[in-house]
Write a protein that binds this ligand. Sequence first.
Ligand SMILES: [Fe+2]
Ligand SMILES: [Fe+2]
Length: 157
Amino acid sequence: MCDYCGCRQSEPFAELSREHSALASLGSELRGALRDGSEERARDLLCRIVEILGSHVRKEERGLFTRVVDENDIYEGIVEDLIGEHADLAHTIEHIAEADAGWAEAAVGLLEALDEHIFKEEWDLFPAALGILGFEDLEAIARVHAEEGTAMEDAAT
Ligand SMILES: [Fe+2]
Ligand SMILES: [Fe+2]
C-alpha cells in the first residue's frame, strides 16, 4: 500500500489506511475460513468487515472526498467513481445477506471488489489529495472522523 507518498505520516490519511489494512487482513482471514470450510467463522468475519466499512465510507465521503473536490474539481470524476463503488459494495453486502446457496462466491466477489477499491484510493486518490489539501482541509476531515468514529478495536494504536 501507500508507503511512499507520505500518506501514513499524515492523520487522517493514516486512520483511513489503518482501516484499509484491517479490511484487507480480515478479507484474507475470511478467504482462509472459506478454504477451511468454516462458513460460520467466515460469516463472523464478514460482519466485522461490514462494521468497519460503515463508518469508513461515511468518513471518506463526508471528509476526504468532499474536500478534494472542493479544492480541485479535476478530481470530481475519480471521486464520483469511488462513491459509485461504495454504493456497489453496499448493494453487494445487502445481496450477500439474502444469499444462501451462493454465499461463499458472493463473499469472495465482495472481497475482490473491495481490494480493487482500496487499491484505487491508496494509489490514485490519497497521493493526489496529499498534494492539494491544506491544513484547514485536514482539520475539517479530522472533525468528520471524530464525529463518525471508527469500528476498529485497536483505534487507539
Ligand atoms: Fe472508499
Ligand atoms: Fe477506503
